[in-house]
Write a protein that binds this ligand. Structure first.
Ligand code: ZN
Length: 205
């Protein structure tokens, strides 16, 4: 499956496309939002960009240096984290109570691979490094995504920036760093809306 990359004017990052209807936005301020956008919500067009191990490997490659190095997690664990994040973030966007089970799942991922700070002597002073602990049985990549999300989602001023794409047929959620942003990817949903307006105006299509 070829990944097509195209620029996203608002985030200066990119989206990956795997067909006519399905794409993922890459480069949202927290990896958790990229992750939840790999699956379309029920009833919307598209499928799952993490359907197979090969899909997951491609997705981890696009996240690259944003996540800790080390072993890739089991695909089922990655999808379970995604479900917990999707439930949590959608509840926050819609102003609903966050389901307790989703919160306990996120806590599980963080506790199972905690991080500590390690000081290293350098030639001129000290360097502080974050060290992840897979010896507790968890996966540092998943723990990192959950921890980064926990810090973001517990800050109401940041939660206010979470938005659903203005295209009603699109299930993407994004972080509006630029408050004028209304599309997950202006080159995709924004273009579709412009084309639809054009056809309405000209009476074609
Ligand atoms: Zn969209």
């Amino acid at each position: 499956m070829a990944l097509i990359k195209f620029p996203n004017a608002y985030t200066a990052d990119m989206a990956i496309s795997t067909g006519r209807n399905r794409f993922a936005v890459i480069g949202e301020p927290i990896v958790a939002v990229d992750l939840i956008d790999t699956v379309a919500a029920p009833g919307s067009a598209g499928g799952d960009l993490l359907a197979t191990d090969g899909d997951a490997q491609a997705w981890w490659r696009t996240e690259g240096a944003r996540v800790p190095a080390g072993d890739l997690p089991d695909l089922r664990a990655l999808r379970r984290l995604r479900s917990a994040l999707r439930e949590t973030i959608e509840a926050l966007v819609d102003g609903r109570l966050v389901p307790a089970e989703a919160v306990s799942d996120l806590n599980f991922f963080m506790q199972s691979a905690p991080a500590s700070t390690r000081l290293l002597l350098t030639g001129t002073g000290l360097d502080a490094q974050r060290q992840w602990h897979p010896e507790y049985g968890g996966n540092p990549r998943l723990a990192f995504i959950a921890t980064q999300a926990a810090q973001f989602l517990s800050d109401p001023s940041k939660v206010r920036r979470l938005r659903r794409c203005a295209n009603p047929a699109c299930s993407m959620i994004f972080i509006a760093v630029n408050p004028r942003r209304s599309w997950c990817a202006p080159g995709v949903c924004g273009n579709r809306a412009r084309v639809a307006r054009h056809y309405r105006r000209t009476g074609r299509g």
